[in-house]
Design a protein around this ligand. Structure first.
Ligand code: KIV
Length: 271
């Protein structure tokens, strides 16, 4: 029997056991009650309340504008829906980079005000002090390396990271630092599959890949991308499981048609 099926609730320990036994971890983003309920009931291991909410919920070009208050609102909605999966919440840009006191205060607000189970933050060596303080306060921390969207203006582009030796070496060093600082898992975004394989094998905690190949210990996608809600976004790493934009368009067109043709509501749909 899989560990995933054995447990009533997924915890950071469950993810650790999955890595040890070779069972892959499934993770998906969610930002609201209704989708979180469907996703949790469908058997996902981890929901990430990602700061990608800034893009897919609020329509911003980057993840930078979303605030701690907005992340707390999304996380509260998700937590109300979830019975089984682990819920991880992104610390948004500007709420942890300046110093570890501010980082700890932001993480505590998320845990206290939402009931979430863990937080995620981006970066390696630069944020190690903050990771240690947050973990020291009893809050599980997920790291995030490779393409870190909060640094998009430093990178200048969303292309694959760590192709060059120097950046790959920094990532190898950063992931060890995150592990030693007490992170329970690390997201690896858009890096070569061979590098993701190497670092996944070099640490004891699970890696969760997005555009990082099949040898990560788990995979994550943004819900809107995998359901085809965000129809124009088609990067190579994305597998689209549904064409929800088309299905929704057809449903709305049919609804408009039925109203215009005096076909909705009918007698059975009236009191
Ligand atoms: O915010 C987000 O959705 C993320 C994933 C892409 C890992 O950080």
């Amino acid at each position: 029997m899989s560990i995933h099926k054995e447990v009533k609730k997924i915890t950071t320990n469950t993810l650790q056991k999955m890595k040890q036994s070779g069972e892959k971890i499934s993770m998906l983003t969610a930002y609201d009650f209704s989708f979180a309920k469907i996703i949790d009931n469908a058997g996902i291991d981890v929901i990430l309340v990602g700061d990608s909410a800034s893009n897919v919920m609020a329509g911003h070009e980057t993840t930078l504008p979303i605030t701690l208050e907005q992340m707390i609102y999304h996380a509260q909605s998700v937590i109300r829906a979830v019975n089984r999966c682990l819920v991880v919440v992104d610390l948004p840009f500007g709420t942890y980079q300046s110093n570890s006191d501010i980082a700890l205060a932001s993480a505590i607000r998320i845990m206290k005000e939402t009931g979430a189970h863990a937080i995620k933050l981006e970066g390696g060596e630069e944020v190690i002090e903050s990771v240690k303080r947050i973990v020291g306060a009893g809050i599980p921390v997920m790291g995030h390396l490779g393409l870190t969207p909060q640094s998009i203006y430093k990178f200048g582009t969303y292309t694959v990271r760590a192709k060059e030796e120097a950046e790959a070496n920094k990532l190898k060093n950063d992931i060890k630092l995150l592990e030693n600082a007490g992170c329970f898992a690390v997201v690896l975004e858009k890096i070569p599959a061979s590098l993701a394989k190497e670092v996944s094998q070099s640490i004891q905690i699970p890696t969760i890949g997005i555009g990082a190949g099949k040898d990560c210990d788990g995979q994550v996608l943004v819900m809107h991308d995998m359901l085809g809600i965000n129809a124009e976004f088609k990067p190579r790493f994305l597998r689209q499981y549904l064409d929800m934009a088309t299905l929704t368009t057809q449903a709305v067109q049919q609804y408009v048609h039925d109203i215009k043709h005096h076909n909705f509501p009918n007698e059975k749909e009236s009191y």
